[in-house]
Design a binder for this molecule. Sequence first.
Ligand SMILES: [Ca+2]
Length: 313
Amino acid sequence: MKNKVLLFILSVVTIQIFSQTASCDGSLPFEEKNGVITIEMESGIINDDRWKIATETFEGEEVTYLHWTGAESFSKLSGAPITYKIKINNPGTYRFAWRMRVGKGTSKGEHNDAWLKIDGEDFYGIKNGAKVYPKPYCNSSNELTCAAGTSTQNFIKAFGNRLDYGFVTNTNDHVAHRVWVVFEAKEYTITVDARSSYLFIDKMVLKRSTVSDSVAFNLSNPESTCYDASLSTNNIIKQEVSIYPNPTNGKIEIKNLPENSKLIITDILGARVRQINVKSTSQTIDISNLKKGVYFISNNDKKNHFVRKIIKI
Ligand SMILES: [Ca+2]
């Protein structure tokens, strides 16, 4: 009998470990915890060169942001989707907000939006207490109301009228109508496509209705990824492994490595793109031939394990 109980406990523990590992395999990089999910925009799967990743110092803060340099596309999609795979653990109604600013000129009404679609159970804006939906879904029933202004292929126009960085996303023309999505405890996809150019988007946050703005829109919140560097055990490494410059368009210099490191670079999907054996504690690596986007560099040393995010621009 005791053995059966032990076996049961063991199997539960094994399933839990497996499920944690399974959600951390690279194909599903972002996972909600405590009603909040935080994603850096530059961490998406970007397949179009007209999206640019850049870094600026704005009011004393270093911000890495994404922006569109192609033609503006106000009535239809640009055909340059960026996708973000997420996993929700706590079902409920979530508010969506980008951290963004107008990146060109001084008009809050220009360069201020992008197309957004979240394949949740219900995805809508709120106008005077009533739900509004994108086209064509809103035309599928007389019970539904379309959001004012343009929408297409179930993408809403998501905008923020800010010249400095802030957490804000609205839909519907001119007026602040918040964007909401209902989730069950499962996996979803967020898709962003270009509408205006030079909207600088830093990150996006989904917060459950029970979570306060001050908790969710906190710049010290880490990215909700299983590759979060804080999850790596750095207890034994006396000095932090440093990577400079980051983002980079070519070479990175890594310092304070454990001796005799085998370094592994993986892309956002977990595919290994480079492996380097390093004898000394510092190393310069040229990644100019890698596609732009987010990568992770780690070592295979169990005792001195580390993971760092690198951004190729
Ligand atoms: Ca960012």
